[in-house]
Write a protein that binds this ligand. Structure first.
Ligand code: AMP
Length: 542
């Protein structure tokens, strides 16, 4: 017998309808790309998204069309997403930190028909557009007064484009499994792989993200996604924000420590989210210039492992709770968050910080398991590590054009490529990327754990651990360090600092000081490059 409940397709634009109807006057504040702060509301965002949808529809765009965006977090970018979604087209976020040829490759792979681009990236778009034959039209996210001189053909300002519609439009209705968004993963090897979200997966993922043990968002919050919408689906914020009815604060192009501090305090942000490097810049700014964060209650940190020193500084110095998060583009992206369950509520001081170096536990909608190389499940004892696999309604079932098929098995388990262990209370901890793990004498050494500890050294700005060839042990760890400005720690002081905190055989065989560690376009340490440059590094123990 089937139940007797209504079919109500989970469509993304219903989220902005909800926000406009029940939280219509809630603010959406942005630092605009042109400079000044801009204030609008959910009802206004919806009204303008409807105009955009109407205009796109009139121009012949519709279900299945890929429309690219290359833009900072602003109200215009948010409106663009909803306008595109409302006609069944697909927002395709582009990461402007990639090389122009990589972006062109990705746009050609997706066959983008349109591009919405910020003023910041017009020059970049000029390099890319001639290489993308499918591109018909370019909308520059500004008004006529700020339109730049450009060689881009068929470019129009967003305000003019929108202004030619009156908003008398009804969102299109379609199957909730219709493609909604596209984002390519920042693969360090091989071609980028396209992840394709559905309306249903975005809505379910946002509902999961709202839960109290996850982001715990409510209409009383003021949420600032520093994580750009172009990084891993914006960590759900474009949907979970409006769904909760919270105010949204969009940092635009101001990503440095001073700008983040200014907007956090002046806009009384209560919750914010970004990768560790952003928070390092903020903390360094505050260390130098002073300041307080009286309104901020929690900061979500993920994308790469959150160093213990960052968590400690936020909590001890500024009274802000840190929520360590793990996820992937392929997971929409939130996989686990490290909120504190009653099982651990007694922890204080160092013991609490230890727990918070873990990536946490999943919301309903994410199943996870850890297996060995033979796909046998490993125990949840908090120490046995293996391949982390996940499945759920907001996890990819395959990549665009069926690339990377080997990562998916017949039971829908997706191999994340991460190595992790899980404790008896379901707290997962990433110990490595599978390809970064060091195999020393047949045993695995976790590079992330050593890096996390090393950045706690008072003179260290950044650290990376890689495996270097060793005649006896196959590989041994090399600790690569960037010192803080004006400091010059010794090799011995680093080894002494690690002593007693890790197993003796995990101790790096050498420490190498360099000026800069290479990063990927999403801010992760680029270990492949480090490994290539240091391929012939001679360890003193070799
Ligand atoms: P992306 O799809 O670009 O967000 O990259 C996803 C990958 O980033 C994951 O598979 C992890 O390897 C890494 N990652 C994300 N969050 C964390 C975290 N909190 N700790 C360690 N690694 C992380």
């Amino acid at each position: 017998m089937l139940g007797l409940m209504q079919e109500w397709p989970l469509l993304c634009h219903k989220v902005i309808d909800h926000a406009a109807l029940y939280h219509g006057n809630r603010e959406v504040v942005s630092r605009s790309v042109e400079g000044p702060f801009h204030r609008t509301s959910y009802s206004e965002v919806r009204a303008r998204a409807l105009k955009l949808a109407q205009r796109l529809d009139r121009d012949g765009y519709g279900v299945g069309d890929r429309i690219a965006t290359m833009a900072w977090n602003t109200w215009r970018h948010l409106e663009s997403w909803y306008g595109i979604l409302g006609i069944g087209a697909i927002y395709h976020t582009l990461n402007p930190r990639l090389f122009p040829d990589q972006i062109a490759w990705i746009m050609n792979d997706a066959e983008d028909r349109m591009l919405f681009v910020d003023l910041t990236f017009v020059k970049l778009a000029e390099m890319i557009a001639p290489k993308v034959p499918s591109l018909e039209r370019i909308v520059i996210l500004t008004d006529d007064a700020h339109m730049p001189e450009t060689s881009l053909k068929n470019a129009v300002s967003y305000e003019t484009y929108l202004g030619e519609a009156d908003g008398d439009f009804t969102w299109r209705e379609f199957d909730e499994r219709t493609a909604a968004g596209m984002c390519y993963t920042s693969g360090t090897t091989g071609d980028p792989k396209g992840v394709v979200y559905t309306h249903r997966s975005n809505v379910l993922h946002a509902m999961a993200a709202l839960q109290p043990d996850m982001l715990n968002l409510s209409s009383r919050d003021r949420l600032m996604p520093v994580v750009p919408l172009f990084h891993a689906n914006g960590w759900s914020t474009a949907f979970s924000g409006p769904m909760s009815g919270c105010a949204m604060v969009m940092p635009g192009p101001g990503m440095d420590g001073a700008s983040i501090y200014e907007i956090l305090t002046r806009e009384k942000v209560t919750i914010t989210a970004a990768v560790p490097t952003v928070w390092l810049m903020l903390l360094q700014h505050m260390e130098k210039h002073g300041g307080a964060l009286p309104d901020l209650t929690r900061v979500v940190i993920g994308g790469s492992a959150c160093p213990r020193a960052i968590t400690k500084a936020f909590q001890d110095d500024y009274g802000v709770d840190v929520i360590h998060a793990w996820g992937m583009t392929e997971m929409s992206p939130l996989g686990t968050l490290c909120s504190i369950k009653p099982d651990y509520s007694h922890l204080e001081g160092d013991a609490k910080l230890d727990l918070q170096t873990k990536q946490g536990h999943p919301p309903f909608t994410v199943e996870m398991k850890v297996t060995d190389d033979e796909n046998e499940e490993l125990p949840w004892d908090g120490k046995t590590f293996g391949r982390l696999k996940v499945r759920g309604p907001a996890v990819s079932s395959s990549y665009y054009k069926s690339r990377g098929a080997e990562q998916f098995d017949a039971e829908n388990w997706f191999d994340t490529g991460d190595v992790a262990h899980v404790d008896p209370h379901g707290y997962m901890q990433i110990t490595d990327r599978a390809k970064d793990v060091i195999k020393s004498g047949g045993e695995w050494i976790s590079t992330i754990e050593i890096e996390n500890l090393a950045v706690g050294h008072p003179d260290v700005a950044e650290a990376a651990v890689i495996g270097v060839a060793h005649p006896k042990w196959d590989e041994r760890p090399l600790l690569v360090v960037v010192a803080k400005e004006g400091r010059s720690p010794s090799k011995q002081s680093l080894l002494d600092f690690l002593d007693g905190k890790i197993a003796k055989w995990w101790m790096p065989d050498d420490v190498l000081f360099i000026d800069e560690i290479p990063h990927t376009a999403t801010g992760k340490i680029q270990k492949t490059t480090l490994r290539t440059t240091l391929k012939n590094y001679h360890l003193p123990t070799a």
